[in-house]
Ligand binder design. Sequence first.
Ligand code: C2E
Ligand code: MG
Ligand code: MG
Length: 538
Amino acid sequence: MPSLRHRRLSIAMLALFGALAGAASGYWLGHVTLLRTANAGLSSYASDLIGHSDEYAVELGNIRKAFNPSPYPFCSRQEITLMQTLTFRSLQVKEIGRTHEGKFYCSAFVGRLDVPKPLPPLTMTTTGGTHVYSDSRLTFAPTATGTILEGGDVDVVLSPNAFDHWNRPHVRYMVVVVNGKTGQMAYLAGSRLDVDLPWILAQKETRKGGDLYRSRCSSRYDVCIVTEESASEILQGNRALLLEYCGMGGAAGFGLGLALGQFYLRRIGLAQQFRRALRRGTLELVYQPILELPSRACAGAEALTRWSDEEGNAISPEIFVRMAEDRGLIGQLTSFVVQRSIEEVGWILRKNPELTLSINIAASDLEGEALFALLDRYVRKAGIRPRQIALELTERSTADLDVVRRAVLRLHHEGYQIHIDDFGTGFSSLAYLHELAVDAIKVDRTFTRTIGTDAVTASILPQILSLAESLQLEVIVEGVETEAQAEYLIATGKRMQAQGWCFGKPVTASQLPKYQEQRRGSPDASHANDEVAASRSE
Ligand code: C2E
Ligand code: MG
Ligand code: MG
């Protein structure tokens, strides 16, 4: 087993590695989440701006309607006053004027020109026939430029700040007018984004050069919006959140690394401890009584290994038996159980020749000579009959069937009993087991549990009992936990044996005679320890 310092260091390294990997994953998760949220925000921002631009388009339409037809003569004092009133009321229009055949005649600000002025060079025309003049020098403010929209002999100068009310930090937008038929485009408001406009509008959602873009076009007017946000700005602006993600990921990774490290080292440590326990013989055996039905007389007991690790934690046989199988230690375990069990209860068997000691073996035990030699030696030494030893081979064993068949026949020939453990959980057929010279099957406790229930498998137990009877195979029913289950088995009228908590939990070798005595009157229990001690020292 690794030293405590070495173990602690390994766990700490794993935890550290887990923390680093967790922090990196946390950063990545935070990064992805932030960009996803920003993308969703950009999309909804673009949709909102389209909504506002539609409202403005309605307002522009209303201004145009006010002069088509005009209630006053063209560029009259009253018409100019109406233009001044509408300009004053509007949020997005800085100036309203009247035009005719490419010339500008009068406006709210400038009044009536003595000599009409030609309109600036045309930038584009919308599908609705509105002329757009981008970046045009303004008559009422000669040092400024702005966007002029003209249609129906009315022109308006758009406010460059019309959308300022909707500005959001870190996000830029551009409002453009687009002619879907000619493909012409012109800037209307917002930031002048340096982008390939047709491409961005076709993409709708894209990321280019570290910037995220979303675009939306109005379904009613020739207006489109592009929104843009820099990914690095998003991440920088949310550094605290990213740190939180890193921290959470790191903490989770640290915990996972710690747990994994402990689990892994425990598994390695456990195998080494088990090896040591085998070498030192510090494993313990308990014996679970097996009873005859219907008499309930004790027919024998099954030896079951118990082991606690070096910290005193009881380890389940399901774990250490599998571990022993995986690490090639099962032969040593079987050898330990054969020796120790015969040492501990051999004297009881000698005095009660009708009793059987059941020992669990693994299929791999049947491959060599070791088991044969060991049995021969200890059975002979204890002065018991081979028939009093039942070797339990689990039905799920994966082994070369030929090897198993030969070994089983040989053991049978030498007088040992062969019992098939956990019957019903594997694939063997009863007929095949009969051919194999098996003496008994131990019906798995999953079938015992179905007694008295509506489970679909409830009918299997009676079928197994009948078939085993017709093939003259002995039956031992495992896991009998309740009196009702015992009564059910007795009521079948068939001869069988049973084992389970209803009849008794596993007991130590020294308690076994007392148990047996209660059942049918047998040697003095107090005698047990002396006999065990004597047989060990032989
Ligand atoms: P198994 O050979 O089928 O042994 C019976 C298991 O069922 C034992 O569990 C026993 O304690 C348990 N049991 C007995 N009566 C009842 C009951 O009424 N209800 C329930 N729920 N359980 C009951 P255990 O001791 O935990 O052993 C588990 C398995 O580990 C054994 O199943 C056996 O396959 C294996 N095992 C135990 N000791 C050894 C050993 O020394 N060598 C080998 N190769 N396998 C062993
Ligand atoms: Mg067993
Ligand atoms: Mg079993």
